[in-house]
Design a protein around this ligand. Structure first.
Ligand SMILES: C[S@@+](CC[C@H](N)C(=O)[O-])C[C@H]1O[C@@H](n2cnc3c(N)ncnc32)[C@H](O)[C@@H]1O
Length: 210
């Protein structure tokens, strides 16, 4: 419907024919409003919001305090989450200047080449992970084959390792509340320069055993 594009940043594509968007949008808003009306009924639920780096989650949560984890991790698709949420970030007072922005970028799992810093070493977490090393190696080979030489294209294979390393760090830091031997699986759509993880495969699986 929209001519907004992600590529990797948000842009505007070819004009499309107008479509009625207000009514479907309003009906979604109505559904959200109805959900909110029911909230007082579940008022007893304690909610706690931590602002922090998910890779250091163990510093924020009590051991044995977690029964289940729902996660919506960043997608490694060149999306810079500090850009897509910059309005909220500034309005909420999280970023006042470039120093704050840099600190915020550093606190995120590396899912795009623009936030790769020399000092990052999350890749050490997946040094011995054959499938991730294979994917990263294939991405780099394909880049060379295609003659892609820009600074960010050169970083594709590195950001791949930093991404999965960061996720491994996060999953391994989950506190001990998970049932013994439970397995947390990370799923992320993966396609970069035509390189895919094998369909239906589990690229990474981390076992959290109390
Ligand atoms: C796919 S989005 C999920 C968004 C979320 N479900 C929502 O509705 O706002 C991934 C989010 O993970 C955040 N993120 C990336 N690295 C993180 C980290 N190390 N710790 C905590 N959040 C992180 C990104 O900023 C982004 O907002």
């Amino acid at each position: 419907m929209s001519n907004l594009r992600f590529g990797p940043e948000i842009g505007v594509g070819k004009k499309k024919e107008s479509a009625p968007v207000v009514a479907p949008w309003l009906s979604r808003i109505q559904a959200i409003a109805e959900d909110l009306e029911h909230l007082p009924e579940v008022n007893g639920t304690k909610t706690l919001v931590h602002r922090g780096d998910a890779r250091d989650v163990i510093e924020l949560l009590e051991p044995n305090s977690i029964d289940a984890v729902f996660t919506s991790p960043p997608y490694p698709n060149e999306k810079d989450y500090t850009r897509t949420t910059r309005l909220e970030t500034v309005l909420l007072g999280f970023v006042k200047d470039k120093t704050d922005l840099r600190a915020l970028k550093k606190s995120l799992v590396k899912s795009n080449t623009r936030s790769v810093y020399k000092a990052g070493d999350d890749d050490s977490w997946i040094e011995n992970h054959a499938e991730i090393q294979r994917i990263a190696g294939e991405i780099e080979e394909r880049r060379i084959e295609l003659g892609k030489t820009s600074d960010f294209e050169r970083l594709y294979h590195r950001v791949t390792k930093l991404y999965f390393g960061g996720m491994a760090r996060h999953l391994a830091a989950l506190p001990e509340g998970l049932a013994a031997g439970s397995t947390t699986r990370l799923w992320a759509p993966w396609k970069i320069q035509g390189v895919f993880a094998e369909q239906g495969s589990t690229v990474m699986s981390v076992c959290v055993t109390p």
